[in-house]
Design a protein around this ligand. Structure first.
Ligand code: NAD
Ligand code: IPM
Ligand code: MN
Length: 357
């Protein structure tokens, strides 16, 4: 029995999580896999009603009572300070020590992206795994304001990098490369401007990489890599980078794969001590919420990552196949050129995921 906690969250989160849950259930039933779901309604609504973000008792239940967490998105214009998202989303990443944020970038159909074909007509195979450090960097909340609201205001957000933290994300990236036959790991930083953190990343990259002599390694400045992901995305196999650069590169990755609505993500507890948390790369998309047009495929592919990581690769295979089949049949939402609604495309995918083979 795999116990899955659902946190639908805000905006389009509940719309896409509902489809992901139904697709997981259908695929699991077809494979004879037992799943149990429980929903946690932490969201902007809940915060505005109660003042509560993520209470400790709920955190402890999520930590101790589940094998995985599936989250939609958190973020709402009515909470401009983003307090609830910080406590729930970043809180879970930090407190469960989910130090690997794995964000695959896969072009599932050439129609989806103008970069699919090179200027000379050759098709590109785009298949990248981005390893984003998820527990340090600019996200740790160290810093503050001095003379806030005055003309002399000072604002500081520290970028924290530890040898232990850098080493473990680099190791995870190399291990993944070796296990999956990926021949190159690209590390990205901004060592030419931020020499202290960059130096630590570069030295540790050499140290860790030396243990994997069959994997080619290269370091690229993040501005160059942002450009090159659009110039020749087919070149990259595994990218490893810090928290903030990883956030930015994975939005670029999402659009290289065709849409924000296609990009899955997993916050992985590598040592298996705590549950991992899975969420699409996209946010709550307030501009789409309630329109019935949000692309649910990122959430379904996220559920596939969850299934794969909780020991149900056949369930994952069904979910991914259902998304591929829908795209091939032109059954999709407007962001990827279709005319379907979230509900219509969702129903098709759920049915397909549960078909007897
Ligand atoms: P966003 O990802 O929500 O939206 C960016 C753009 O992509 C918008 O044009 C949106 O319409 C489009 N888009 C996103 N998801 C889509 C989908 N499934 N189908 C079709 N189009 C889609 O980013 P944003 O506007 O910067 O953020 C909105 C809120 O979400 C903010 O509060 C932000 O902090 C939050 N956020 C949360 C998460 C998360 O919880 N994991 C991730 C990113 C952003
Ligand atoms: C993401 C989001 C979050 C992040 C925000 C909502 C804090 O953009 O998951 O990519 O920056 O990690
Ligand atoms: Mn982001």
């Amino acid at each position: 029995m795999t116990r899955i906690a659902l946190i639908p969250g805000d905006g389009i989160g509940p719309e896409v999580v509902e489809v992901a849950r139904a697709a997981l259930e259908a695929a699991a039933a077809a494979e004879g896999v037992d799943l149990a779901f429980e929903t946690f309604h932490f969201s902007a609504d809940h915060y505005l009603e109660t003042g509560e973000t993520l209470p400790d008792v709920a955190f402890e239940r999520l930590r101790d009572g589940f094998d995985a967490i599936l989250l939609g998105a958190l973020g709402d214009p009515r909470v401009p300070g983003n307090e609830h998202a910080r406590d729930v989303l970043l809180g879970l990443r930090f407190r469960l020590d989910l130090y690997v944020n794995l964000r695959p970038v896969r072009l599932l159909h050439p129609r989806l992206c103008p970069l699919a074909t090179r200027p000379d007509g050759v098709e590109r195979a785009i298949d990248i795994e981005i390893f984003r450090e998820n527990t340090e960097g600019a996200y740790v909340g160290l810093g503050g304001n001095f003379k806030k609201g005055t003309p002399e205001e000072v604002a500081i957000n520290e970028d924290l990098n530890t040898y232990r933290g850098v080493k473990r994300i680099l190791k995870a990236a190399f291990e993944h490369a070796v296990e999956n036959g990926r021949h190159r790991v690209t590390m990205s930083d901004k060592a030419n401007a931020m020499e202290h953190a960059g130096g630590l990343w570069r030295r540790t990259f050499e140290e860790v990489g030396a243990e994997y002599p069959d994997v080619e390694r290269e370091s690229l400045y993040v501005d160059m890599l942002a450009m090159d992901l659009l110039r020749r995305p087919e070149r990259y196999r595994v990218i490893v980078t810090g928290n903030l650069f990883g956030d930015i590169l994975t939005d670029i990755g999402a659009i290289v794969s065709g849409s924000m609505g296609l990009a899955p993500s997993g916050n992985i507890n590598v040592d298996g001590e705590y549950p991992s948390m899975f969420e699409p790369v996209h946010g709550s998309a307030p501009d789409l919420a309630g329109s019935g047009t949000a692309n649910l495929m990122a959430a379904v592919l996220t559920a596939a990552l969850l299934a794969e990581r909780t020991g149900a690769p056949a369930v994952a295979g069904r979910l991914e196949e259902a998304v591929r089949a829908a795209l091939a049949a032109g059954i999709s939402t407007p962001d990827v050129g279709g005319a379907g609604s979230t509900a219509e495309v969702g129903d098709w995918i759920v049915r397909r995921a549960g078909e007897r083979s």
